[in-house]
Design a protein around this ligand. Sequence first.
Ligand code: ZN
Ligand code: ZN
Length: 337
Amino acid sequence: MKYIVCENPNHFSIREGKEPDFTPGNAVLRVKQVGICGTDLHAFKGNQPFFSYPRILGHELATEILEIGQNNIGLSKGDKVVIMPYINCQDCVSCRAGKSNCCQKLNVFGVHVDGGMQEVISLPDRLLIPANELSHDEITIVEPLAIGAHALRRAGTKKGDNVVVMGCGPIGIGIIQLAKYIGATVIAIDINDYRLDLVSKKFNIDLAINALQSPVEKIKEFTGGNLAQTVFDATGSKQAIEGGINYMSHGGSFVLVGLFKGELAFQHPIIHAKETTIICSRNATREDFDFVIKVLREGNFNTGAYITKHVPFEKILSDFDTWASPDSKEVKVVAVL
Ligand SMILES: [Zn+2]
Ligand SMILES: [Zn+2]
């Protein structure tokens, strides 16, 4: 079987290898599609912390079962499955508390261990979710959307809330569209007018604001002076995060979904006066995957506008770094095996 490996930063190669053997408790899966994610790009560029090479990337996968043993989730050979790429230990304090998404010993498939840029993979049965009713495109985007679903669940966003989403990349768009599904009023903020136009036209947001054009005043005006009950950051930018606190109402929540790799500074009197709840949101759990699968099954997500490009698997070797750069017009590129 073929696989593509990131040998060291800025260098992929394609190789031929042996297919994984079947072992009880694990399923052998054929990879049909791989979604390309910001994490993959950072790893390729060499700016992903705690990363070791060589590494097979890819964690947003559409797969089909080639071989599976006795299981109690009703899966059999030929079934389409969503994979949860978070290989948790099942034993640490967070796993035992039901927070498998932030397991102390978490290995993300395609990040900390070799992932899905291969024709055939093997994963524990417990990380598979049946998805025969979804298309391969829908299956491919369940994981990035589940990140947004988790953030919304952490925030307790409900119908009628005003929410601000900073950053209209793949994660931000997921939060936007799922917040709309829940019934929230959504204000999207970005510095890229192309992205703002895209979310206005294809993901029916309520208001789009360029972060450089007095966002606080515009949000105040739109919300009758109240500002937003919840602000989600999906940029990972220090400037956006530190400024975004000013979009939040008194008694509101500030949810960090993007990751800035350094120190953040807030004026304590400002966050104290608002009795700010600061929430970090990492990965996703089974509940979030199930919610996204439900939304997709109901046809309530614009998959066609989210996946902007399909490419043959080998294009990863030549075109990879052009897809997820900040000035790219792509939302989600999907490699087809
Ligand atoms: Zn991802
Ligand atoms: Zn654990």
